[in-house]
Design a protein around this ligand. Structure first.
Ligand code: IFM
Length: 451
């Protein structure tokens, strides 16, 4: 039995190696408020304006109004005892047309934000793309159009010339699986397509864009460049070979495709069997760009999925079925062992010694404010169990350098609107008032001793 007090974490800063960083993450569209500061429209605005795509038609027009409240938000990161803040840059805030003339207010905003982190002793961890593609580029085919890689590299150069010298780390793309499969095959995120040709192309172009942006940042002399991939553990629904095949393919599409492109300079054969006919011609010639060396990998991890064959005979011929484990507000099973699996597997199979950061981990719960307090014991337990798995992976030799909670604030959870609360800090979406939750206080107690 643990002798920890209720509402405390079992582990503290001292249980992790020297220099290990703890942080909190957010993304531009989910918190900033798109309508402020001359930001252009992104395909999330038009997707959300289309009936039925998002819960109650909610969008990121106001979100958490971080655009005006960023000082208070950075204070909250600092006061939780955290070391770094992972944020994303909105492409359409920097370049409202996606290309061409920059928005001076957008460049100023990110410069102030980064300087604000440094003033508070926080390491800036920047991400260049967290899903808000400018609409003029979406009109040209977005991620289906090969030119997106060049547009992305040009945008990278514009923003990094301004802030690249002050970042601790920079990542190109957040969660390429979401950018491509979730958005072009499952149709659940913008642009909401359900088209296999669009899917295959976006799955390739997103990596090409990653490679081109990495090269652009190298040319500027930037260091500490990475990619952030998300993972889901795939468990077969039963002992049948068909379920094993379905789970393996789910793993291929979700977990092996993007790492394969970057670290093997090849895509996994089982996935190519379905996507091959829809790939852009000559795609193999892009692997030298896609495989441009990175300095670290970010792992985003939340859950596992139980996978069964769907009997359709049409690629990928699989479906998710309800699993037996306790679930979060997202209806995602809580499976901390999966985080250990992905850290150790990625390290041994792909990254082979490169630093790994857990760039996102956390849970949604229907947290409510009562008497000025927000008690979220389930989140504390979730963080506790996942941190132990990180610790176990480090003990086994995995070079994990940091752990970043998703998210600092309750925010716009994409097609699910504002109902799913992932924050360490509660946001009242009527008044925009921030209230630190019990998990924020628990982290603060665990991390207060910076040594
Ligand atoms: O809110 C998202 C985030 O934008 C990307 N990773 C997963 C989170 C929870 O769904």
């Amino acid at each position: 039995m643990s002798d920890r007090k209720p509402m405390d974490l079992d582990l503290a800063r001292a249980d992790f190696p020297p220099g290990f960083v703890f942080g909190a993450a957010t993304s531009g569209y989910q918190i900033e408020g798109r309508r402020f500061g001359g930001c252009g429209l992104s395909h999330w605005d038009t997707f959300a304006a289309t009936p039925g795509n998002t819960v109650r038609g909610e969008d990121g027009a106001t979100a958490c109004d971080h655009y005006h409240r960023w000082r208070e938000d950075l204070d909250l990161v600092r006061d939780a005892g955290l070391d770094c803040y992972r944020f994303s840059i909105s492409w359409s805030r920097v370049l409202p047309e996606g290309r061409g003339a920059p928005n001076p207010a957008g460049l100023d905003f990110y410069e102030r934000l980064v300087d604000g982190m440094l003033e508070r002793g926080l390491q800036p961890f920047a991400t260049l793309y967290h899903w808000d593609l400018p609409v003029p580029l979406a009109d040209l085919g977005g991620w289906r159009n090969r030119d997106v890689a060049d547009w992305f590299a040009d945008y990278t150069e514009v923003i990094m010339k301004r802030i690249g010298d002050r970042l601790e780390t920079a990542a190109t793309i957040n969660e390429p699986w979401c950018v491509s499969w979730l958005s072009h095959f499952l149709g659940e995120h913008a642009p909401g397509l359900r088209d296999i040709r669009a899917t295959a192309r976006s799955m390739h172009h997103v990596l090409l864009a990653h490679g081109r942006a990495t090269q652009a940042m190298r040319s500027l002399g930037m260091k500490n460049l990475g990619l952030v991939t998300n993972f889901e553990y795939a468990s077969p629904a039963d002992d049948s070979p068909e379920a094993a095949r379905a789970a393996r393919l789910y793993d291929g599409i979700y977990n092996r495709w993007f790492l394969g492109g970057v670290f093997d300079k090849a895509y996994p054969q089982d996935v190519l069997e379905g996507l091959g006919p829809h790939m852009p011609e000559g795609y193999e010639q892009d692997f030298d760009i896609i495989g441009t060396p990175v300095d670290w990998l970010g792992i985003n991890y939340y859950t596992r999925k139980v996978i069964a064959p769907d009997g359709s005979g049409q690629f990928p011929a699989l479906k998710e079925v309800e699993g037996p484990l306790p679930k979060t507000q997202m209806n995602w099973e809580i499976f901390p062992e999966g985080l250990h699996h992905f850290i150790t597997w990625t390290h041994r199979r792909y990254t082979k010694g490169l630093p790994i950061y857990v760039t996102e981990n956390g849970m949604a719960s229907p947290d409510t404010l009562s008497d000025g307090r927000v008690d979220d014991p389930a989140r504390i337990e979730y963080l506790n169990r996942h941190l132990k798995e990180v610790r176990r992976a480090i003990d086994e030799g995995a070079p994990v350098k940091g752990y970043i909670v998703w998210s600092l604030l309750d925010n716009y959870e994409w097609s699910l609107g504002y109902e799913k609360r992932f924050g360490l800090v509660h946001v009242d979406f009527d008044t925009l008032e921030r209230t630190p939750k019990a998990s924020w206080h628990a982290l603060g107690r665990a991390l207060k001793d910076k040594g």
